[in-house]
Ligand binder design. Sequence first.
Ligand SMILES: Nc1ncnc2c1ncn2[C@@H]1O[C@H](COP(=O)(O)OP(=O)(O)OP(=O)(O)O)[C@@H](O)[C@H]1O
Ligand SMILES: [Mg+2]
Length: 240
Amino acid sequence: MTRAHPLIRLEGVERHYDDGAIVALKKVDLVIASGECLAILGPSGSGKSSLLNMLSGIDMPTKGQVYWNDLPVRSRKEWAVLRGSEIGIVFQEFNLLPTLTALENVEIALIGHGISASSRRSRAVKALERVGLMARLDHLPNAMSGGERQRVGAARSMVNNPVLLLADEPTGNLDSVNARLIIDLLLGLQEDTGTTLVLITHDENIAARCNRCVRMKDGGVVEDRLQVPQRQSSKLDTGK
Ligand SMILES: Nc1ncnc2c1ncn2[C@@H]1O[C@H](COP(=O)(O)OP(=O)(O)OP(=O)(O)O)[C@@H](O)[C@H]1O
Ligand SMILES: [Mg+2]
């Protein structure tokens, strides 16, 4: 199989805590090609979130180097720029601002990037339309269901048309119907736009829908394989 251009590369990445007493990541070498749909699996505490945080620059390595398009990313400032323009993140706990409406929570991802207010609004509306929330634009997070909140989270992560979309157990706080809906949305977006998706999950069925599976144990990658993604026969009918 011909692999596309490496989008992000980890070279000998380690993350230590407590002066090295805890080694969350050890000697991780990983290349993620542009357009891949990659699942990360592994037991609790194996380093999955630590690894994902290295791909977004939310956290930085104790040792080793992360490369973006073959260039080393060395500072938090460089990472902040990448997160604003190239990277989208979906969190397990949604991470919405409680005093902002659904629309404002999505718009906020576009602030500070030289995008006009009217364009921010129209792009945020479009992203919320994509996740089926046109009827909830003015709702505050506490006036929405968990599934709706996560759809706002998904809209926020995709509103800047990221080349890399990261999701850390995005369905961990959802029932099975909403979980399926969110996964369909993320995988659908990946398929439609060719964005690179990295998805942490405990669910083997979700991992089977990706084209690559990375398994972690004790801070290291213990398996990394390409696979033919299993297609779902039909999309879930949510009545929306
Ligand atoms: N801020 C921190 N300080 C100290 N140790 C930490 C910190 N963050 C993570 N760790 C430790 O690093 C290891 C890896 O944690 P990580 O959150 O990456 O695991 P995980 O695979 O995402 O687990 P889960 O499936 O439970 O989310 C764990 O042993 C954890 O206790
Ligand atoms: Mg985790």
